[in-house]
Design a protein around this ligand. Structure first.
Ligand SMILES: [Zn+2]
Length: 95
């Protein structure tokens, strides 16, 4: 399986955002298009690449970089059940 690269991100991000909007599928909060870094946009693989997930629009969703890295390679169902209620504090910090 090929690595997921910055070039892949740029290749897919416009399509993914136009398909799903600027909304993090992990924490369900909006993603600010102007934001960079941990609260900026990343593309999360619904089925992780390590488990055979492909680089397709169907398998990619917008997410905050922070949420994406917190999830890692865990199954999406497990992440949503165990972590979704704990993410609020990340967004309550002063800038
Ligand atoms: Zn998020």
């Amino acid at each position: 399986m090929a690595d997921w690269t910055t070039a892949d991100y740029h290749r897919y991000k416009d399509q993914v955002v136009s398909a799903y909007g600027w909304l993090c599928h992990l924490c369900r909060k909006p993603i600010d298009p102007a934001m960079k870094g941990k609260q900026g946009l990343s593309l999360d693989h619904v089925l992780p690449r390590s488990q055979g997930g492909q680089n397709t629009i169907e398998n990619l969703r917008p997410s905050h970089l922070l949420c994406n890295s917190r999830r890692g390679d865990r199954p999406i169902e497990e992440y949503l059940l165990t972590e979704q209620d704990k993410t609020d504090w990340f967004f309550g910090l002063p800038n």
